[in-house]
Design a protein around this ligand. Structure first.
Ligand code: ZN
Ligand code: FE
Length: 256
């Protein structure tokens, strides 16, 4: 089994598409390849062969390239059973608990509803790579459009259980704005202040701030910290129910 080789493509104003080569024959998957021309250009440049599209959810900034790429490459489109009706070209419908095997790599499907009601994440266990779409961002989480805050909190708690070295391959570069918000929640969090400096330096050089690692996110991402005493105290909700704390933090972000 060859190591998973991940290539990140920035598209639109703040989206990331990921290509992941999973075998020695240059076969790869594309996660949420919304911009087909950018995806095709990257495939050409790398000399990689697209076999599958993995869609985390149905929004057009994630599925917009499905039809064009399927026509061009004949790839198989994998998406959520709960969003099959609005996932263009879907071939394989998966849900929480399912698994795929690609070049010997096991890919577990983790149901992560909240942003959309059928949102899924793809977990490449041996590579410690998590493709989580619009569920978990660096120091942020997706807006709760179709699900409930309680669902989103449950989804984030599931992701939080993955190993600390997990690479969080999220679909947007929202980190700079998320830093400002996170500091408004926990201004005295030393790890967060350190991460804020790192993010500022990366963005000043035009470099991506993601993927970040789960261990780091647990220290600095307020959306993973609804049950952490320091975070609860920082917003005046010491000892309160974690779901209520998360809901309050999500609300504050919505109006930030
Ligand atoms: Zn979305
Ligand atoms: Fe998105």
């Amino acid at each position: 089994m060859s190591a998973l080789d991940i290539h990140q493509i920035p598209v639109f104003s703040d989206n990331y598409i990921y290509l992941a080569k999973y075998d020695d024959n240059n076969n790869c998957v594309a996660v949420d390849p919304a911009d087909p021309s950018a995806t095709l250009a990257a495939l050409d440049e790398l000399g990689w062969n697209l076999t599958h599209i993995l869609n985390t959810h149905h929004h057009p900034d994630h599925t917009g390239g499905n039809t064009t790429l399927k026509e061009a490459k004949g790839c198989t489109i994998v998406g959520s059973v709960g969003e099959a009706a609005n996932t263009p070209g879907i071939d394989v419908e998966v849900q929480d608990g399912d698994a795929l095997t690609l070049g010997g790599h096991k890919v577990k499907i983790i149901g992560t509803p909240g942003h959309t009601s059928g949102h899924i994440s793809f977990w490449f266990e041996d590579a410690l790579a998590l493709f989580c779409g619009d569920t978990l961002f660096s120091m942020g989480c997706g807006r709760v459009f179709e699900g409930t805050p309680a669902q989103m909190w449950d989804s984030l708690k599931k992701l939080r259980e993955l190993p600390d070295d997990t690479k969080i391959c999220c679909a947007h570069e929202y980190t700079e704005a998320n830093v400002a918000f996170s500091l408004s929640i926990e201004p005295d969090n030393a790890d967060l202040k350190k991460r804020a400096d790192e993010v500022a330096a990366l963005r000043a050089e035009g470099k991506p701030t993601v993927p970040s690692r789960m261990g780091e996110e647990k220290k600095v991402n307020p959306f993973l910290r609804g049950d952490v005493a320091e975070t609860q105290a920082a917003i005046g909700m010491a000892g309160q129910d974690a779901t209520a704390v998360f809901t309050e933090i999500r609300h504050r972000k919505d109006v930030f």
